[in-house]
Ligand binder design. Structure first.
Ligand code: GTP
Length: 495
């Protein structure tokens, strides 16, 4: 999860309070103190931190709550809302119009991740069906064009630039005109950076903006500067019409929380965040979903989008088999492959309510590594073993498979235990899908099924059977009955 330290401290403080036998003013104060410390360490401005504490205390009047009201939920909601308002700029970002030649100019200081973000932004939109392209108008840094060219080629995004032209405004204008004539609807212009906010940089930015008349200007900023982001965002906004902000390197900086809240305080909308060097380590920033994940509450709509983007809901064959209650090791292999397709596993798991914490420790092995190991073990099995659920694995056979895959026999055993657990769930889901259930019955039944097979600690992280039930209901609704991951495949057709 992005801002892992901050997230786990805040969710830990919330959990500690709700786990305590008595939820009183002292427990509430203690929790707020811990949240304040965590925010200050993430370099959030002291005034905002004090305000958050004051607002939560004013909102949650424990002694006035009627008997039977869930105090835990009231407090959680107050913290959630306050964090959202801290990160919400209250202004909408510029919207791009499909089919029109949108020109988006990227600006920012040197080394903040502008070029990387341009390519990520192009790739993100291209996958959503935009006709995206890149123009390299950075003539200041030697090698900038090569960097963009290399990354654009990898991402299969068309690009324009020059090794000989020294006037960035001319390159930008030529590139934009060329791509406009060729019918591109997202023309991204990468501009030069400077070490500091030098006048030369601002003058060049202004000239370029005048010449290419951008639909949006995106300011790219490194999260490492923390709350100093406030002054920097204002300085850029004073010179050009910044319509949105991208905060980069949130994967590596403890001060990220400070940068996010400082930018919001300037009323500039953050549209994307960079969460790593890879092209797909880039996500749209939505305040509520982000805070939900920070508090370990999950982000069901993000999960549904990710599943849809990876095309998993279209896995009709798999769905059919699951609804028939059939599950082989080959199916399990394919399921694991699909899960890997969703992206880095910890990111996906962070979207499932309560899972971020659990994912941190799967017996000390990262979830994605475990999946790969399981797949290697299955690669050493015979076709019959993979496709016939009745095959019996003897001790010597398990040893042979372990040797063939370079793993320990204990891991082969673990895989087979997981497989049995999965098959039981699939069997149950298969039966459920034959009955004509509505969403409420389905979510109740699914929750009961998972309860039988899931580690109780894991179940508790989902918020118990009730939490699991509401998550399944929400997933089923947002998937519009179009199937999905593993057991959830059975949601198809059940409305
Ligand atoms: N970990 C991490 N690294 C990033 C992220 N975004 C960019 N980087 C790295 O930051 C470094 C600088 O990125 P660039 O894209 O070259 O920066 P720039 O702003 O274009 O720099 P100039 O062209 O000199 O202005 C590169 O090593 C990138 O791989 C991110 O979200 N996370």
């Amino acid at each position: 999860m992005v801002l892992e330290g901050l997230g786990s401290r805040i969710s830990g403080a919330l959990r500690k309070m709700t786990d305590s036998t008595v939820i009183d003013e002292t427990a509430l104060k203690e929790m707020l103190k811990e949240i304040n410390h965590a925010l200050l360490e993430a370099d959030v401005n002291i005034k905002s931190v004090v305000q958050l504490r004051k607002n939560v205390t004013e909102r949650v009047k424990l002694e006035e709550l009627a008997a039977g009201v869930n105090k835990r939920k009231v407090i959680q909601k107050a913290v959630f809302d306050e964090l959202c308002s801290m990160l919400d700029p209250g202004t909408a970002p510029v919207t791009l119009k499909r089919g029109k030649p949108n020109v988006v100019m990227f600006v920012g200081l040197q080394g903040n991740g502008k070029t990387t973000s341009c390519v990520k932004y192009a790739y993100y939109h291209q996958r959503k069906g935009w006709k995206a392209c890149l123009v390299c108008a950075d003539t200041f840094r030697a090698g900038a064009f090569d960097q963009l060219k290399q990354n654009a080629t990898k991402a299969k995004v068309p690009f324009f630039g020059s090794y000989t032209e020294t006037d960035p405004v001319k390159i930008a204008t030529d590139g934009v005109n060329r791509f406009k004539n060729e019918g591109y609807d997202l023309i991204i212009v990468d501009t030069s950076g400077r070490h500091k906010q030098e006048e030369a940089l601002f003058a060049e930015m202004e000239q370029m903006a005048e010449s290419v008349n951008p639909t949006d200007i995106i300011f790219v900023m490194d999260s490492a500067i923390g709350q100093a982001a406030y002054d920097q965002a204002l300085a850029f906004r004073a010179k050009v019409k910044v319509g949105s902000v991208i905060i980069t390197k949130l994967d590596g900086h403890a001060k990220g929380g400070g940068a996010l809240s400082a930018v919001s305080a300037t009323k500039s909308p953050i549209t994307f965040i960079g969460t790593g060097e890879h092209i797909d380590e880039f996500e749209p920033f939505k305040t509520q979903a982000f805070v939900g994940r920070l508090l370990g509450l999950g982000d069901v709509s993000g999960l549904v989008n990710t599943i849809k983007e990876a095309g998993l809901h279209e896995n009709v064959e798999m769905y059919k088999r699951i609804t028939e209650g059939v599950f082989t090791l080959r199916d399990m292999y394919d399921q694991l492959e699909s899960i890997s397709k969703l992206g880095p596993l910890n990111k996906v798991m962070g979207m499932i309510p309560g899972m971020a914490e659990m994912m941190k420790n799967t017996n000390g092995v990262d979830g994605s590594v475990r999946i790969k190991r399981f797949q290697h073990i299955m690669d050493s099995m015979t076709m019959k073993e993979m496709e016939d659920p009745k095959v019996n694995f003897t001790a010597s056979r398990k040893e042979r498979i372990a040797r063939g895959s370079g793993r320990h026999p204990q891991e082969v055993e673990e895989l087979l235990i997981e497989y049995k657990r999965f098959s039981k769930v699939v069997g149950k889901v298969g039966k459920m899908s034959k009955k004509n259930m509505n969403i409420d019955q389905l979510s109740r039944n699914t929750s009961q099924t998972f309860q039988q097979f899931m580690d109780p600690r894991m179940m508790a992280r989902f918020g118990g059977p009730g939490g699991m039930q509401s998550m399944v209901r929400e997933l089923a609704k947002s998937m519009d009955g179009s199937g999905g991951l593993g057991a959830l495949g059975a949601l198809k057709g059940l409305k």
